[in-house]
Design a protein around this ligand. Structure first.
Ligand SMILES: NC(=O)c1ccc[n+]([C@@H]2O[C@H](COP(=O)([O-])OP(=O)(O)OC[C@H]3O[C@@H](n4cnc5c(N)ncnc54)[C@H](OP(=O)(O)O)[C@@H]3O)[C@@H](O)[C@H]2O)c1
Length: 426
């Protein structure tokens, strides 16, 4: 690299344009803090005709992204185009050219991290990806650096702004899901991808997004939200990773959390990750999990880190990623704990025919499956009766068997919801 760090942008959409603007508009501060000027010298886009509000001369644009990666006037490649291909091949080519890469691409990292990290290691270059989880919220670096000396016991994240916004509207304005969430499945997957990126750093465990157990918020009804309130809970979609001995549970599902829990105060489209360390105790990182400018802040922070570390030969970004690169942590591999082996409290909502003996029949099924009931109450009567029930800690496998038993009872018309209660018992 020369005196100026020259950035090649792959993509100039929401994030890429915000990166170009930030590097230009904050140029003086960035140069002071990075110890060198940082400039955009090449930009790849799909459509050269599209009007763009960025302080980059038109002559620097190309519609061939390999022009950027192979350009001698590019020191750092910033991949903000998204998707698997051609982003993957372009990043691998950048490594072959000896260029470090900054990416915001969660999809790519959650599915192909091992290949990417191994290729970066082979090329002896850095791969930084602060923006890939939590947009503008610093998560990767706090976990990798600040908390590296501690043992992480658990993290729980609200990492999907859209679902959190919908759940906030359901809680505060009585919205029902309706058509608003035809793509809930996709949002659950995006949260799983983010859990799969964070879990390796916190737990030295290799996990791909497809391995993460996930449930979305499609089954959450206005009744669940109302009963949660009565019970003193708030419903959130949580991405959770938790160390349990030699195992780690990584999962995404809706959960009821106590209204006083720090995560309960995360409203609208905000994101947050609540981390519990053995020594540091609880801490929470909160902010805008998406949007061009917040995400660009993380991208530019990574570019500045690369610029600062340049005199020492790089940012050593691959140290601490043994789980990806087949390093020492594989000597003591941690297994993913299947969801059936997890313990939780459960909230359950049933529609029942209000006849004598219905509660006794339900209680019997719970007893047969060793699931202990903490509280139960009934609302309505006759054909409109609903039973709301919260269990003590129980194993998921037992709970599922219990559900099958409940569905065999004539007077139980449906079990309309089962939601895990997190941190509900003292
Ligand atoms: N937006 C957010 O809030 C956010 C937050 C966190 C992470 N991210 C991640 O950041 C990345 C970018 O997101 P974004 O919202 O900025 O996406 P976007 O607005 O759709 O921008 C994508 C850019 O890449 C260009 N591009 C796509 N395919 C290309 C190809 N084959 N060749 C050349 N250029 C190509 C597009 O060109 P044209 O402009 O010509 O179409 C566009 O400029 C994604 O990985 C996303 O997951 C985004």
């Amino acid at each position: 690299m020369g005196d100026v760090v020259r950035v090649g942008l792959l993509g100039c959409g929401n994030v890429g344009a915000a990166v170009a603007r930030m590097l230009h508009e904050h140029g003086e501060e960035i140069a002071r803090r990075a110890g060198t000027a940082i400039e955009v010298t090449r930009v790849a886009v799909r459509d050269l005709e599209k009007p763009r509000d960025v302080p980059v001369p038109p002559g620097l644009f190309t519609d061939d992204p390999y022009d950027v990666v192979r350009d001698r006037d590019v020191d750092v490649v910033v991949e903000v185009m998204g998707g698997i291909e051609p982003a993957r091949s372009l990043i691998l080519e950048a490594f072959r050219q000896g260029k470090p890469v900054v990416t915001a691409n969660k999809e790519l990292l959650a599915t192909l991290s091992r290949e990417l990290f191994e290729s970066a290691a082979a090329g002896r270059v850095d791969l930084l990806y602060e923006a890939a989880v939590g947009g503008g919220i610093p998560l990767i670096r706090p976990l990798r650096e600040h908390l590296a000396g501690d043992r992480i016991l658990r993290f729980m994240g609200i990492v999907n702004g859209t679902t959190n916004y919908i759940l906030t509207r359901m809680t505060e304005d009585g919205w029902s899901l309706g058509q608003a969430l035809a793509d809930a499945q996709r949002l659950g997957y995006a949260a799983a991808a983010k859990a799969a990126i964070l879990a390796p750093i916190a737990f030295d465990l290799r996990v791909a997004a497809g391995d993460v157990y996930r449930e979305g918020i499609l089954s959450i009804s206005p009744d669940d939200i109302r009963f949660a309130k009565q019970l003193g809970y708030v419903v959130k979609l949580l991405a959770i990773a938790e160390g349990i001995g030699d195992e780690v549970s990584v999962r995404v599902h809706p959960a009821m959390i106590p209204a006083g829990h720090p995560l309960a105060s995360v409203r609208e489209s905000f994101n947050a990750v609540y981390i519990e360390g053995q020594r540091v105790g609880p801490l929470m990182l909160y902010g805008r999990g998406a949007g061009g400018d917040p995400t660009a802040t993380s991208v530019v922070g990574d570019v500045i880190e690369l610029a600062r570390s340049r005199p020492g030969g790089g940012a050593n970004s691959l140290i601490g990623h043994a789980a990806h690169t087949g390093g020492p942590s594989e000597l003591t591999p941690r297994r993913l704990r299947p969801i059936e082996e997890m313990q939780a409290q459960y909230y359950m909502l049933m529609r029942v025919a209000d006849r004598p003996g219905v509660l006794a029949a339900i209680a019997l099924v719970f007893a047969e499956h060793m699931v202990s009931i903490k509280s139960v109450w009934q609302e309505g009567h006759a054909e409109e009766a609903q039973i709301v029930l919260v269990t003590h800690q129980a194993q998921e496998r037992d709970l599922r068997a219990c559900l099958q038993g409940l569905r065999m009872i004539d007077t139980v018309k449906s079990v309309s919801s089962v939601i895990r209660v997190v941190d509900g018992e003292p």
